[in-house]
Design a binder for this molecule. Structure first.
Ligand SMILES: Nc1ncnc2c1ncn2[C@@H]1O[C@H](COP(=O)(O)OP(=O)(O)OP(=O)(O)O)[C@@H](O)[C@H]1O
Ligand SMILES: O=C(O)C1=C[C@@H](O)[C@@H](O)[C@H](O)C1
Length: 296
């Protein structure tokens, strides 16, 4: 049996069964995500069966390329990293709500539910709260009462949420355009899920546009319709999304995971997105608190 210890901060050790490694000189060690891409120093300490020709212990130091990619078995490790990161960040949130902003289909609900679980927060979707309040779907609210009425209701809902604590709020895609909504959302931490238009259009085309009234009325196939309308909306809104305290870029996550483009990030890689969200929240809290962060 040989154990390999990665002598990096944070220190992390992994066991490799030499029987499994066999005669091959290659093997894989899971490393914490903090190491990211690049090169890391690995201290390999061998505990060998004593023979006449060998010492019992041998240590060598190697510099090896280290890559953060998904591989079989990674999701469990990812889940641990996510839990760990949430425990690190949670005390500094001091119960403040997290507002997820982003275009429709950007994953606010999907990511929001995971964040709420790991932070032990409640989850809510402002569109659903408006629907419950009015008693009908967002699509019907637009049809029966117009967009202006929906926006008023959305603002009212965000105001009501702004006095609450320990909530992850998935906001409506257009919530960012009204400055008054930012006043409410500034009671918490806002995170922009920045997803390329092509990926948004693919996701929306897959589920249809029936529940998204702002995407009705274009001609062409579902993907082209969604892409055309979404690109117009994003042009109007990108500045407003950038007001958020933190930004999670799916393009950057895809690059870190070694994918050529975002469409390869499946919902199963959602943990990686949630980790990135917590890391960006941490950075934002650090900026806010200066050096106080980490001295709790
Ligand atoms: N990382 C991902 N990769 C691929 N598909 C995803 C990913 N995240 C979410 N989806 C899918 O995209 C669709 C929209 O996701 P979700 O409802 O979480 O977005 P949203 O931002 O809350 O949308 P809306 O504002 O329109 O309610 C869903 O079908 C979901 O399964
Ligand atoms: O992007 C938007 O303006 C919208 C997004 C949805 O979440 C809903 O709030 C509504 O369909 C409007």
């Amino acid at each position: 049996m040989m154990d390999a210890i990665i002598a990096q901060r944070p220190q992390f050790s992994a066991w490799i069964d030499s029987n499994k490694v066999g005669r091959k000189s290659s093997c894989a060690i899971r490393v914490p995500r903090k190491l990211q891409e690049g090169r890391c120093h690995v201290l390999i300490s061998g505990h060998l069966e004593p023979t006449r020709n060998f010492n019992r212990h041998k240590s060598i130091s190697l510099e090896v390329p280290c890559s953060y990619r998904e591989f079989p078995g990674a999701p469990k490790l990812e889940a641990l990293i996510l839990k760990n990161k949430s425990q690190e960040v949670e005390p500094y949130l001091s119960g403040r709500c997290i507002y997820l902003v982003g275009m429709m289909g950007s994953g606010k609900t999907t990511v929001g539910k995971i964040l709420s679980q790991v932070l032990n927060y409640n989850f809510c979707d402002s569109d659903t709260l408006v629907e419950e309040d009015v008693g009908t779907s967002v699509a019907d609210i637009f049809k029966l009462y117009g967009e202006g009425f929906f926006r008023e209701k959305e603002t009212e809902m965000l105001k009501r949420l702004s006095i609450m604590h320990r909530m992850v709020v998935s906001t409506g895609g257009g919530a960012v355009v009204r400055p008054v909504n930012w006043r409410h959302m500034q009671q918490g931490i806002s995170v922009w899920l920045d997803v390329p238009l092509e990926a948004l259009a693919q996701r929306i085309a897959a589920v249809g546009t029936h529940s998204r009234p702002l995407l009705h009325g274009e001609s062409g196939d579902a993907y082209t319709k969604a892409l055309t309308r979404l690109s117009n909306l994003l042009e109007e809104r990108s500045e407003a999304y950038a007001y958020a305290n933190a930004r999670v870029s799916l393009e950057e996550i895809a690059a870190k995971l070694g994918y050529r483009d975002v469409s390869h990030i499946s919902p199963t890689a959602i943990t990686a997105i949630a980790i990135e969200a917590l890391e960006q929240i941490e950075t934002s809290l650090r900026d806010e608190d200066g050096m106080a962060f980490g001295t709790l």
